[in-house]
Design a protein around this ligand. Structure first.
Ligand code: NDP
Length: 351
């Protein structure tokens, strides 16, 4: 349950797990479906839905004292819609609950390929995967040999962008952070472990050319100059804030910036300003934002590309799976401190 509108950083206590009885009955005249939810997707934009929407907004706010909604994978138990039948598997918007009655079916996709893990439809084969695909290929127009930088590089979207760029023959560097808020001893131990793991993940598993921990860099501009002495052709923006400012200083002339997300700003009541926007002019940079749902029409083409990549092992995907609906609040809040390693999923039921 989403308790009430949130100010500042999202906390586990802003949500609540309750036991209750759901009426699994479709309203009279509705052509909706009843589903059993299998996995839920933790996505950074959910924090934006926890603020009261003022003026034009891409997202509708969550309703206080009601279940959260978000992307998920579910099994159809009952249907009054001709496109869905009992037993079908679907992905799209559902409730953060064990069972849901879905009356808004636009943006629901029937799952046709089950030789891959079902949770992939919350990540590599779902909304984040399509975001990586359109944000890189459609927005950046990449070319072989270009220099690519990705922030939040080990996450649901970033890990794919890096692999797409490597398949294209680009030079790829990613940044990611490590965990905080642990005891000193554990922190020291964990930092080392996490750092090794993260470099391993980005470099060995995903094939990045290099990677760095942005939380260990006091000067992001200097760090980027170290990794990109000749400058950056393509920046895939997931975080915004100080990183964007440092990147602007390090872009090449005619570079491209794909603005996928600004996660560093989502929990701030006052977003940070960007200081170096003049670089857009001096360097003739093309910077473009996009919304993945505008590209749902190319989803079948995207699947045709991605499924062979997965089956042939050309693209890897790392997930961070939390078990049980009761783990939902802490898991979702953890996205904003970088607790997740890979795509964050909450598994509710296996079938
Ligand atoms: P991730 O799986 O990467 O999870 C979020 C990650 O962001 C965290 O693990 C953490 O990684 C990083 N992060 C969190 N807080 C901060 C902060 N204050 N400063 C810097 N980094 C932070 O998320 P996704 O891959 O699902 O999403 C990536 C971005 O893409 C988000 O901004 C999201 O909103 C956006 N998005 C946009 C879409 C669109 O249509 N435009 C569609 C889908 C996603 P770490 O700190 O370890 O790097």
């Amino acid at each position: 349950i989403f308790k009430d509108y949130v100010s500042g950083f999202l906390k586990e206590s802003d949500m609540q797990v309750i036991n209750g009885t759901l009426k699994l009955k479709l309203p009279e005249g509705s052509n909706g479906i009843v589903v059993k939810n299998l996995c839920l997707s933790c996505d950074p934009y959910m924090r934006n839905r926890m603020t009261r929407a003022e003026g034009p907004n891409l997202f509708t706010s969550f309703t206080p004292s009601s279940p959260l909604t978000g992307f998920g994978v579910a099994k159809v138990l009952d249907s009054r819609h001709p496109n869905f039948k009992k037993g079908d598997l679907i992905w799209g918007t559902t409730g953060w609950e064990e069972y849901s009655v879905i009356t808004e079916l636009e943006g629901l996709f029937k799952i046709q390929h089950t030789d891959v893990p079902l949770s992939y439809y919350t990540g590599i084969l779902g909304m984040p995967g399509l975001s990586a695909y359109v944000g890189f290929y459609e927005v950046c127009s990449p070319k072989e040999g270009e220099y690519v930088f990705i922030s939040a590089a080990s996450g649901a979207v970033g890990q794919l962008v890096g692999q797409f760029a490597k398949l294209m023959g680009c030079y790829v560097v990613g940044s990611a952070g490590s965990k905080e808020k642990l005891s000193n001893f554990y922190l020291a131990y964990f930092k080392i472990k996490h750092y090794l793991f993260f470099v391993d993940l980005l470099k060995r598993k995903f094939g990045f050319d290099d990677a760095f921990n942005y939380k260990e860099e006091t000067d992001l501009d200097a760090a980027l100059k170290r990794y990109f002495p000749e400058g950056i052709d393509i920046y895939f923006e997931n975080v915004g804030g100080k990183m964007l400012d440092a990147v602007l200083l390090n872009m090449k002339d005619h570079g491209r910036i794909s603005v996928c997300g600004l996660v560093s700003q989502y929990n701030l009541d006052q977003p940070e300003g960007v200081q170096n926007l003049m670089c857009l002019i001096y360097k003739r940079i093309h910077m473009k934002g996009f919304v993945v749902s505008d590209y749902y029409n190319i989803y079948p083409k995207f699947l045709d590309v991605m499924l062979p990549y997965i089956r042939e092992g050309k693209i890897m995907y790392v997930e961070d799976i939390a078990e049980g609906l009761e783990s939902g609040p802490a898991t979702l809040a953890g996205l904003y401190s970088g607790r997740n390693v890979g795509k964050q999923v909450v598994l509710i039921a296996r079938e």
